[in-house]
Write a protein that binds this ligand. Structure first.
Ligand code: SF4
Length: 265
């Protein structure tokens, strides 16, 4: 089954999370503060589209309000053929795996890729997100010169996860707002290799007959974000109708197997 960049980032945190997204999304609980943060991120992304001046956006909706991805793919293809200098929400697909790049900016005969995040830090998951996009774009034959994060320019030092390595930062203004553009090309290339290694493996988790991964609760339930299935996996909500996938049950089963297998002195 094809996956999106969001699927990939989520599966890298925990494969069971992607399995639940596909098989039991009704168990998801998104805290209001997290939803507010996601909404603010969308607004920030919309505001950042104009940082390089005029742009063309591919976003297209169906009559029922859902994204019309096929139309976005077609529009993106046409815009690249026309050498459009700046394309926002540029859509690409490879074996059905898909992504939309926030900003693609013509850079000589190549394109520079920009991912917009409303965050004060360069975080590993943003680099993974860029790595996934790089993979899909390059498989579509798009030559990439560099990869960047666009973050708000705040009055505090930029925090960088160790995976970010050495980065180059410049500040640009658009309207009244200052943005930090962080060149993370080297780290994004490393994450592209990671994406290529796991993309099809993660896709299998979405198959109808895929078994629930045998993954117990742990640090990954809170890192980098509190998982939306935290309550479910920690046995806080009703588990009716979801056989064999509750983490507490799995832990018990695994512990029992381990204990049963131990030799008595
Ligand atoms: S709560 Fe933990 S084990 Fe359950 S899906 Fe989320 S990250 Fe995975």
């Amino acid at each position: 089954m094809p996956i999106s960049k969001t699927d990939f980032v989520r599966a890298l945190q925990c494969q069971k999370m992607l399995w639940l997204d596909s098989h039991h999304p009704e168990e998801k609980i998104i805290p209001p503060e997290v939803q507010a943060r996601l909404d603010a991120g969308n607004d920030f992304g919309d505001g950042a589209m104009g940082i390089f001046g005029e742009y063309v956006e591919t976003t297209t909706y169906r009559e029922d309000g859902r994204l019309h991805f096929a139309a976005m793919l077609e529009k993106t293809k046409q815009l690249l053929e026309e050498n459009t200098p700046v394309v926002c929400e540029a859509a690409f697909s490879w074996y059905g795996n898909y992504c939309a790049a926030d900003i693609l900016k013509k850079d000589g005969n190549s394109y520079a890729l920009y991912e917009v995040k409303n965050s004060a830090a360069v975080r590993k998951e943003f680099l993974v997100d860029l790595g996934f996009q790089r993979l899909i774009l390059r498989k579509n034959g798009v030559p990439l010169s560099s990869s960047h994060l666009v973050l708000p320019a705040l009055n505090e030092p930029l925090k960088i996860d160790e995976e970010g390595g050495h980065v180059r930062v410049e500040t640009v203004f658009h309207g009244d707002i200052a943005y930090k553009i962080v060149d993370v090309t080297a780290a994004a290339k490393r994450m592209e290799r990671l994406a290529e290694k796991h993309i099809f493996e993660f896709g299998k988790l979405k198959r109808k007959d895929a078994p629930c991964p045998l993954i117990g609760v742990g640090e990954h339930c809170d890192t980098p974000y509190r998982c939306w299935y935290y309550e479910y996996c920690h046995g806080i909500v009703s588990l009716d109708g979801i056989d064999g996938c509750n983490t507490a049950d799995i832990h018990d089963a695994v512990n029992k197997e381990t204990n049963d297998g131990q030799e008595t002195p």
